[in-house]
Write a protein that binds this ligand. Structure first.
Ligand code: HEM
Length: 407
C-alpha cells in the first residue's frame, strides 16, 4: 500500500497547490486515509516520510530525536536549490533551524517578551492601531478598498515595528522583501530578497548597539552585554526571524479570516452576537486555513518508531499540519468551519520546542482586528465574487494577494 501512495505523490512539490481555496489538496485526504505516515517521493529528488495524522504529527514535533537543521545532509528540502542551500549554510542559523541546547539558548532570552501577561500591556496600543487604519478606511470615498493594503498588512507590520524598534517608515522595503522570500518567484529573486533584508537588519542592529532605544532589540543587546555574551550575528539572526515571521503570517491570517467569516455568514452572526466567542473563532480559523503548512520538516537523527512506522536515522520527515488539522480523528467534520468548536489543540502554530514564539501576539492581533472590523463596519462584504479573489495557491505561506471589500 505504501508503494502506491508514493507513486501517487510522485513529483510532490510542497506546498501542494490548494485546488479549492477552503480545503487541503485532495491528495492529502487520500494519503491520510491510507495511513497517517507514508513514504513519498519529492520533486527535489529522494524520498521522505509524510506525516498527516494529528497524533503522529504531535509525536514527531515533540520528539527531540528529529532535527530542524536544514543545513544537514538529507534534510527534506523541496524548494531550495544548491545556491540557496549554500547561502543558508554561509549564514549563522536562525532559531527555527537549531536543535537541543543551542535552540534553548537562543529562544530562552526572548520568551519573556511574548508571554500573555507581557503582551496584555500592548493591547490598548494594538486597539489604537487597528482603529486608526479602520478610521482611514471609513474616511475614504473610494470603493472598493483592498483590505490587504488597508488593514491586514499595516496592522501587524506597525505592531511588530513598535515592539522590535524598527522604523515603520521602512515598511515598504521589508514587507516587499518578506513577501518575495515566501513566494514562489525565482530562487534568484528570493536569494536577493534574503540578502538585502539581512543587510538592512545588520545595519539596524549596529545602530542600536551604539544608540539603544526602548524596544525588544535594545533590551536584548543590553541583556547580552550584561551577561558578557554580546553576539552581533546571533542578534541579527533573531531580528531577521522576528521581523519576517512577525508580520507576513498574521497579515495573511487576517485576510483569510475575513474571507472565511464573510463566506460563512451564519458563523459571522455567531461572532457578531458575542465578542466573547472571538478567541474560539480565531482558533477555528487558524485550524481551518493552517497557513504555514509544509514549514515543519525534520530529519531523524536516530532510529525512531512513531505510530508503528520505523523511521531510520538520516531519513527526512515532512509534517503536514494542514492535513493534521483536518484529521477527523482530532476534529469532527473538519471541512465545516465551526467557530464554536473547541479547536485549541490545532497545530497551526506547530507543536513542541519550536512551537511559534509569537502565537500569543498573533492571537491578540487577530481577535482585536475581527472584533473591531465587524463592529465598526457591520455591512462589510466582498466587492468581487469569491471565484475572483486571488488566493496565494502556490505560496509558502497561504493567503490572498488582494481582498477587495466594500460596505
Ligand atoms: C498567524 C500567525 C502565525 C503563524 C500561523 C505562525 C506559524 C508558526 C509555525 C508553524 C512555527 C513552527 C515552525 C517549526 O516548528 O519548524 C512558528 C515558529 C516561529 N514563529 Fe510563528 N507564526 C505566526 C506568527 C508569528 C509572529 C507574530 C511572530 C513574532 C512576533 C512569530 C515568530 C515565530 C518564531 C520566532 C518562531 C520560531 C520558534 C522556534 O524555532 O523556537 N510567529 N510559527
Amino acid at each position: 500500500m505504501t508503494k502506491n501512495v508514493a507513486d501517487e505523490l510522485a513529483g510532490l512539490e510542497l506546498p501542494v497547490e490548494r485546488g479549492c481555496p477552503f480545503a487541503p489538496p485532495a491528495a492529502y485526504e487520500r494519503l491520510r486515509e491510507q495511513a497517517p505516515i507514508n513514504k513519498v517521493r519529492l520533486t527535489s529528488g529522494g524520498q521522505a516520510w509524510w506525516v498527516s495524522g494529528h497524533e503522529e504529527a504531535r509525536a514527531v514535533l515533540a520528539d527531540g530525536r528529529f532535527s530542524s537543521d536544514k543545513r544537514k545532509d538529507g534534510f527534506p528540502l523541496f524548494t531550495l536549490d544548491a545556491a540557496t542551500l549554500q547561502q543558508l549554510r554561509s549564514q549563522p542559523p536562525l532559531m527555527l533551524g537549531m536543535d537541543g541546547a543551542e535552540h534553548s539558548a537562543a529562544r530562552r532570552p526572548v520568551i519573556g517578551e511574548f508571554t500573555v501577561k507581557r503582551l496584555a500591556a500592548l493591547r490598548p496600543r494594538i486597539q489604537d492601531i487597528v482603529d486608526h487604519f479602520i478610521d482611514d478606511m471609513l474616511a475614504t470615498d473610494r470603493r472598493p478598498v483592498d483590505l490587504v493594503q488597508a488593514l491586514s498588512l499595516p496592522v501587524p507590520s506597525l505592531v511588530i515595528c513598535e515592539l522590535l524598534g524598527v522604523p515603520y517608515t521602512d515598511h515598504d522595503f521589508f514587507q516587499s522583501r518578506t513577501t518575495m522570500m515566501v513566494s514562489r518567484t525565482s530562487m534568484d529573486d528570493r536569494r536577493r530578497a534574503f540578502a538585502e533584508l539581512r543587510a538592512y537588519i545588520d545595519d539596524l542592529i549596529t545602530r542600536k548597539e551604539s544608540e539603544p532605544g526602548d524596544d525588544l532589540f535594545s533590551r536584548q543587546i543590553a541583556r547580552q552585554r550584561q551577561e558578557g555574551t554580546l553576539d552581533h550575528a546571533g542578534l541579527v539572526s533573531l531580528a531577521f526571524l522576528l521581523l519576517t515571521a512577525g508580520h507576513e503570517t498574521t497579515a495573511n491570517m487576517i485576510s483569510l479570516g475575513v474571507v472565511g467569516l464573510l463566506s460563512h455568514p451564519e458563523q459571522l452572526t455567531v461572532v457578531k452576537a458575542d465578542p466573547g466567542r472571538t478567541p474560539m473563532a480565531v482558533e477555528e480559523l487558524l485550524r481551518y486555513f493552517t497557513i504555514a503548512d509544509g514549514v515543519t520538516s525534520r530529519l531523524a537523527t536516530e532510529d525512531v518508531e512513531i505510530g508503528g512506522v520505523s523511521i531510520k536515522a538520516g531519513e527526512g520527515v515532512i509534517v503536514s499540519m494542514l492535513s493534521a488539522n483536518w484529521d477527523p480523528a482530532a476534529f469532527k467534520d473538519p471541512a465545516d468551519l465551526d467557530v464554536e468548536r473547541g479547536a485549541r489543540h490545532h497545530l497551526a502554530f506547530g507543536f513542541g520546542p519550536h512551537q511559534c514564539l509569537g502565537q500569543n501576539l498573533a492571537r491578540m492581533e487577530l481577535q482585536i482586528v475581527f472584533d473591531t472590523l465587524f463592529r465598526r463596519i457591520p455591512s462589510l462584504r466582498l466587492a468581487v465574487p469569491m471565484e475572483e479573489v486571488p488566493f496565494k495557491a502556490d505560496a509558502v505561506i497561504y493567503g490572498v494577494h488582494e481582498l477587495p471589500v466594500t460596505w
